[in-house]
Design a protein around this ligand. Structure first.
Ligand code: GUN
Ligand code: ZN
Length: 445
């Protein structure tokens, strides 16, 4: 039988620690090999070395894929995205609450149909791989079949994915709401079937405070207490209209975060999307619990939600992850997300370095999601999930990067100009799962 051992020869970039916010990365945080060899075998990384030192030690029949001129990084991670909103991306002219009612809730009702859910799961995963994203934390709809379809499709491709069934027992159309017992029973069934299966993990998914009763939030907290290997994903303090509504609905909570705290939903595996309208006291409470805020810049700009204060979070030692939040986000691409994050940062006087950006998309997100034992780095024993980036993907990118005099300059240009065109290949589970040139050929023929 043919061995699945192979070597990719390329420029390699990976992080071993947070590079910090200055223009030069903290010592020891970046691993960069200009002419590197990434040796993969049985779905994992076997070695990461200088090509010249590894080559003489390889078994003579080892396949070497020559990607000189390209840059390999760990696969990108998206900490917050809604697969069921793929087809309503770019829906015009609303802020959060109207956008939910006018576009999102009608669309999510379509996922009651398992065939639709299966088709959209595959379409969504194709799109993720096309932009270099190999892991995501994903909102499904409130229909359990939407979760079965998504996990089944992810499992077939050998992908590391977190996902869950939306819990919402009020303030949504009847075709989308569950109820206290049904929502928890369905979540527990899905946990039994999928959590820990292959590379899959279950994330409890109360949509956000306004669409759950206190009883439902409490019940979700109860499930979390029964198994601390579960993840939690929800939304927090995105929009001022939402804040007012939460204050009205939960008069017994002194602020939005306390609604979740009172139900036991704030822990080291909890991701809170947005967190724009918070004070430092709330940031500190989140940090003390080890939770993370998913910064979703293209979504925040699209819905006019506000400018996320990344520096304040970092000063409070609060983990920040990067996320697309499609369908409110306007692009699935991690690079496009970083470009938007840079722009938000500029408006706040907090520009984002390419080091921070690429660290965040890879090891930073992996750590904040407690996945760093398996993904986020190019290192022996880690999953062979990685992206082959083409810094000269377009004529203009080729011109720009030809002028670079440093790695950081090239990386910054890739972060500002890059999108799916810049993703030459995406590998996950040791397998080539997307190749840009094949796609171009299919479109031509
Ligand atoms: N808050 C509650 N639900 C949603 C959603 O689907 N998208 C966004 N951006 N915010 C939300
Ligand atoms: Zn969201």
């Amino acid at each position: 039988t043919k061995s699945d051992s192979r070597v990719l020869r390329a420029e390699l970039l990976s992080f071993d620690a947070d590079p910090g916010d200055s223009d030069t990365p903290a010592p020891g945080s970046v691993r960069h090999i200009a002419d590197g060899a990434l040796w993969i075998e049985h779905g994992r990384i076997r070695a990461v070395e200088e090509y010249a030192s590894l080559a003489p030690t390889l078994p003579p029949d080892t396949e070497v894929i020559d990607h000189r001129g390209k840059l390999i990084t760990p696969g990108f991670i998206d900490s917050h995205v809604h697969y069921v909103q793929l087809e309503i991306i770019a829906s015009y002219g609303r802020q959060l609450l109207d956008w939910l009612n006018d576009y999102t809730f009608p669309e999510e009702q379509r996922f009651a149909d398992p065939d639709h859910a299966a088709a959209l799961s595959d379409a969504f995963l194709d799109e993720l791989l096309r932009v270099g994203t190999t892991t995501a934390q994903v909102f499904c709809s409130s229909h359990p079949a939407s979760v079965d379809a998504f996990f089944a499709a992810s499992h077939r491709r050998g992908l590391c994915m977190l996902a869950g069934k939306v819990l919402m027992d009020r303030h949504a159309p009847a075709g989308l709401t569950d109820d206290l017992e049904g929502g928890i029973r369905d979540s527990e069934r899905l946990i039994g079937d999928w959590h820990g299966k292959g590379r899959l993990g279950y994330s409890l998914t109360p949509r956000f405070a306004p669409t759950s009763t206190r009883a439902q939030l409490d019940a979700a907290g109860g499930v979390l207490r029964s198994d601390d290997s579960l993840w939690v994903q929800t939304h927090l303090a995105e929009n001022t209209g939402e804040l007012d509504w939460v204050a009205e609905l939960f008069p017994g909570s002194r602020d939005y975060l306390e609604v979740y705290e009172q139900s036991g939903l704030v822990g080291p595996r909890s991701t809170f999307a947005h967190g724009i309208h918070l004070d430092n006291e709330m940031r500190t409470r989140l940090a003390e619990r080890g939770a993370n805020l998913a910064f979703c810049p293209s979504s925040n700009l699209f819905l006019g939600s506000g400018l996320f204060d990344r520096q304040a979070a970092r000063e409070m030692a609060l983990n920040v992850t990067f996320a697309s939040d499609v369908g409110a986000g306007t692009d699935l691409s991690g690079l496009a997300t970083l470009k938007a994050a840079y722009q938000v940062g500029q408006l706040r006087g907090q520009p984002l370095t390419a080091w921070q950006g690429l660290y965040g998309l890879t090891l930073g997100n992996a750590r904040a999601l407690s996945l760093e034992a398996h993904i986020g780095r190019l290192a022996p024993g880690m999953a062979a999930d990685f992206v082959v980036l083409d810094p000269a993907a377009t004529p203009l990118m080729a011109r720009r990067t030809a002028r670079s005099t440093s790695l950081s300059e090239t990386l910054f240009a890739v972060m500002m100009m890059g999108d799916d065109r810049c993703v030459a290949e995406t590998w996950a589970d040791g397998r080539l799962q997307h190749r840009r040139d094949d796609l171009e050929e299919r479109h031509r023929s």
